[in-house]
Design a protein around this ligand. Structure first.
Ligand code: NAP
Length: 552
């Protein structure tokens, strides 16, 4: 019988995903640690979320001065943000600028989806397979697949029968879409819908929004950044970044005025009014107990509901737009530009599908109850299979061939959101159970990349070839994350934070709510104590940096 020989390129590290995390990982591990790094990226370009989410109005809702890399002063001094909240094309340009500046493109293979990754216990290495047939082997495998990277499309009956175009906000055509003269239906009223509806309404002939749950949104107060402001920010970046590092959300926010009932209402009201005019997320942190006390939360929620009634002309439409299904802040707060005003337009209609759900699609449009709504195009703004979706689409096989999907059958379990028991030498950047979801994600990415780099440095110095989260450490962390969430109102909402937006997904709160600053301290401390919670072994075969020949 003849034998075949397959050569698999071998690296120190394989990274999955070339968004901001993948870009920084290449730079950090290659340039600071001298490692051989290979990145596989599903998209035809780098930038992750900002590569795919090109819907009208897509922009960041963390301020650009913070939603940007802090690790390289040359980059932050050279790059000019033009708006307080940068639009998607500008953020994508920034990602490409950083990639060129750090010269990382040569390490990235585009249009390549990782399909499977298998851990080999004899050598302490991962072998990664892709849809293009390219494989790779590495000591360390790092997922940088993003939190919101797998669009979620509900299975509406007869969807294929619709004769018009169907778009998903999370997978928008690169050439853009012209809705001029079109009748457009939008399903969903989360952040993506809230950003895109005002712009689509300006273009379309008619826009019909199908709303299941009304969402709390507050004005973004977006505006151009002046030259003087830009210069001032650049001068003070050092302090700004340092303060952001010590903040719970990775950005500076206005402090609460106090707890509900302990501060004069006049002061609370005044501060809510001030923040409504321009501090974005600050609206939900006027009261220090907004996410712990339902009375406090009701006060803030009612403030926003009153605003909706002030803005929207038709009282019946305003009533439908009032969120009543969850406490404000327990589902992701949206920031908008003219969202509620858009419902005053003649060409915009709001249809509640809360009590009568969408029954089916038809060749002409969407059927709800006895009514068929006719469209030329339908936009699905229906969100993502968050935090775990991208990972569970890859067949990870850890110790004894156990898959990640099996390990997470009852909900995602992770140590620190960085590592999973049973999956040695595998790091998850911004994985489930870390604070990333509730923070400026670039701050979380920077922390994870730097922490991982330090850990790899430690293991190489100690001759360690294998690390793995211990069952006890993981169980304790999972419990801690759940206990922290249970002390708040978060679990009362059917949010994507809980996995509740995807039918059948186990409900587990996917974020550590203790704040990035506390999390950072904890990660630093356990590292200083010798990487507490991780088991180590040193008997893996030395990793060759040249080509490895396998098969016979
Ligand atoms: P989302 O917040 O999950 O919203 C999805 C929407 O689709 C919800 O209104 C949901 O209703 C609706 N929906 C889902 N299935 C439905 C069905 N079968 N029938 C009717 N309605 C249905 O998704 P997203 O707006 O894409 O935002 C996801 C996250 O991405 C945000 O929370 C945010 O973290 C991030 N994001 C950030 C930005 C930014 O930084 N600027 C912009 C966009 C998105 P229910 O609420 O009833 O489930």
């Amino acid at each position: 019988m003849s034998s075949t020989t397959e050569t698999i390129p071998t690296y120190d590290v394989v990274v999955i995903g070339a968004g901001f995390a993948g870009i920084y990982l290449v730079h950090k591990l290659r340039d600071d640690l001298g490692l051989d790094v290979k990145v596989f990226e599903r998209g035809g370009g780098i930038g992750g979320t900002w590569y795919w989410n090109r819907y009208p109005g897509a922009r960041c809702d963390f301020e650009s001065d913070y939603y940007s890399f802090s690790f390289n002063d040359e980059i932050q001094q050279e790059w000019d943000w033009t708006e307080r909240y940068a639009p998607q094309p500008e953020i994508l340009r920034y990602a490409n600028y950083v990639a060129d500046k750090l010269d990382v493109r040569g390490n990235i293979e585009l249009n390549t989806t990782v399909t499977r990754a298998v851990f080999d216990e004899a050598s302490d290495t991962w072998t990664v397979s892709t849809d293009t047939g390219v494989s790779a082997r590495a000591r360390y495998l790092i997922s940088a697949t993003g939190i919101l990277s797998v669009p979620s499309t509900p299975k509406f009956a007869d969807m294929d029968s619709f004769k018009g175009e169907i778009y998903h906000t999370g997978d928008w055509p690169h050439e853009g879409v012209d809705f001029t003269g079109k009748r457009v239906g939008v399903i969903g009223t989360g952040s993506s819908a809230i950003q895109s509806i005002p712009l689509m309404a300006e273009q379309a002939d008619q826009l019909t929004v199908f709303q299941r749950t009304a969402t709390f949104t507050v004005p973004a107060a977006n505006r151009p950044i002046t030259e003087n402001e830009r210069k001032a920010t650049k001068r003070s970046y050092k302090q700004l970044r340092e303060q952001a590092r010590r903040a719970g959300t990775g950005v500076l926010v206005d402090q609460p005025v106090g707890a509900f009932g302990e501060v004069e209402e006049r002061i609370v009201r005044g501060e809510l009014e001030r923040r409504w005019r321009g501090t974005g997320f600050g609206t939900t942190s006027v009261l220090s107990d907004n996410l712990r006390s339902i009375e406090a939360n009701n006060y803030t929620s009612q403030f926003v509901r009153d605003k909706i009634n002030e803005i929207v002309d038709d009282p019946a439409v305003a009533k439908l737009l009032e969120p009543h299904d969850y406490p404000i802040g327990t589902k992701r707060l949206a920031l908008d530009t003219n969202y509620y005003d858009t419902y005053n337009r003649e060409n915009v209609k709001l249809v509640s599908v809360r009590d009568t759900p969408i029954e089916r699609f038809s060749p002409a449009g969407i059927v709800v109850g006895d009514t068929e709504y006719e469209f030329d195009a339908i936009v699905l703004a229906t969100g993502f299979d968050a935090a775990t979706g991208a990972l569970e689409r890859i067949q990870f096989e850890g110790v004894d061939g156990r898959t990640l999907t099996d390990a997470w059958a009852e909900g995602a379990k992770s140590y620190l959101g960085l590592a999973v028991e049973g999956f040695p030498n595998f790091f998850t950047v911004t994985g489930p159970g870390c604070p990333a979801i509730l923070t400026n994600v670039i701050a979380s990415i920077e922390h994870h990349v730097e922490w991982i780099a330090d850990y790899i440095t430690y293991m190489r110095a100690e001759g360690i070839t294998r690390f793995e989260a211990t069952p006890d450490a993981q169980a304790e962390w999972v419990k801690h994350v759940a206990d922290m969430a249970a002390m708040t109102l978060y679990p009362t909402a059917a949010s994507w934070y809980m996995g509740a937006n995807v039918p059948g997904k186990p409900r587990v709160f996917l974020a550590y709510i203790g704040g990035l600053h506390n999390y950072r301290d904890r990660c630093d401390q356990l590292a200083a104590d010798g990487y507490v919670g991780f088991a180590h072994a040193s008997d893996g075969a030395p990793l060759k940096s040249e080509q490895l020949t396998v098969g016979a």
